[in-house]
Design a protein around this ligand. Structure first.
Ligand SMILES: [Zn+2]
Ligand SMILES: [Zn+2]
Length: 337
């Protein structure tokens, strides 16, 4: 039996025919990268291939001088005779699924993805394939996301209430992707919006790419006398453990993540409010995508793969875990998701 088109080795998902890796966790000669989150885009590879829209973020994460080839969504790049193309994953700006075609067989690696509307990135595209390698970060039937408009209303109501009580709202969100998605949902008639430095940098790149976002002011470390009362501050979770946060008087804190569906996570986070806003697929969307691709075989990664695998097998689908030596810290997952 011939080798499968893609399989894991000690450095990541490897295509032997094309001699490249997808989102490798160790340095490789050629890395195809789905998006600029740090658990997918890792430093040290000799050459990178990624979507054109992800370029500014990858250079921020991996350095200006990396050897990076970019491709438009849908454009085919041939590597050693293997046809590779990138398709929108709808996860964050520039995020891509990787389609690999060789000898009439098509494989798709989803990377992180979501199907819910998000004005800050290109909508997810369903790509038909023979074999699907999908993430299943939220691969349990309990995960069903509320409508983004409803979450937007919850966030704005919370902000308005805090402002009327003379409090400052602080929303913790991952600096790349989630922060900008939250920004796009805010009603800026309520008050001024401030950003932490890490968020400001990434937001600037979104604006330069033409994404419309409400005006924000960078809350620098220098001006400690500014009155932030009634404002909304967007900051990465790590800022909540730093001195930076002390400048805000009587703050009310919120956290935007898919993990907020679980009460235990809410308690552990110790924020005042949790908002269910995820950049990953929920359970029904995961099932729809698997079904929609028409894949004959499904390989699961990132999440409770055993549960999803068993469920799919009961539906008569040839599903298995994609063995990876790589396990993420829960903290990282929570911040990004
Ligand atoms: Zn991601
Ligand atoms: Zn990820």
């Amino acid at each position: 039996m011939p080798n499968p088109l893609l399989q894991t080795d000690d450095r990541g998902i490897y295509c032997a025919a094309g001699d490249f890796h997808i989102d490798p966790w160790k340095p490789v000669p050629r890395a195809v990268v789905t998006h600029a989150h740090s658990d997918h885009a890792r430093p040290g590879s000799q050459a990178y291939l990624a979507s054109r829209t992800s370029e500014p973020f990858l250079r921020k994460r991996l350095g200006k001088s990396i050897s990076l080839q970019t491709a438009d969504f849908g454009e085919t790049v041939t590597l050693n005779g293997v046809r590779v193309s990138l398709h929108p994953a709808g996860h964050i700006r520039g995020s891509a699924q990787v389609r690999v075609e060789h000898n009439g067989e098509v494989w798709v690696v989803t990377g992180d993805y979501k199907v819910r509307p998000d004005p800050t990135c290109t909508p997810f595209e369903l790509v038909p394939c023979d074999v699907l390698i999908t993430e299943c970060t939220f691969g349990l039937p309990v995960y069903r996301w509320p409508e983004p408009e409803d979450v937007a209303k919850e966030i704005n109501d919370w902000w308005r209430q805090n402002a009327s009580e003379g409090r400052t709202s602080i929303m913790f969100a991952y600096a790349l992707g989630k922060a900008q998605r939250v920004l796009a949902l805010l009603d800026d008639s309520i008050g001024p919006i401030y950003t932490h430095g890490a968020v400001q940098q990434m937001t600037q790149s979104y604006r330069e790419a033409g994404v419309k976002l409400p005006a924000t002011t960078y809350a620098t470390g220098k001006d400690t006398s500014h009155d932030y009362t009634g404002g909304m501050v967007i900051a990465p979770t790590s800022a909540g453990r730093s001195n930076w946060i002390r400048r805000f008087s009587s703050p009310s804190t919120g956290f935007a993540s898919g993990w907020m569906m679980l009460r235990g996570t809410r308690r552990r986070r110790a924020g005042d409010r949790g908002f269910v806003l995820s950049d990953h697929v929920d359970w029904p969307a995961l099932m729809d995508v698997i079904d929609g691709t028409g894949a004959e075989r499904v390989l699961l990664t990132h999440g409770d793969t055993a549960i999803v695998t068993r469920w799919l097998r009961e539906q008569g689908i040839d599903a298995r875990d994609l063995e990876t030596p790589f396990a993420r810290q829960e903290e990282d997952v929570a911040e990004e998701a």
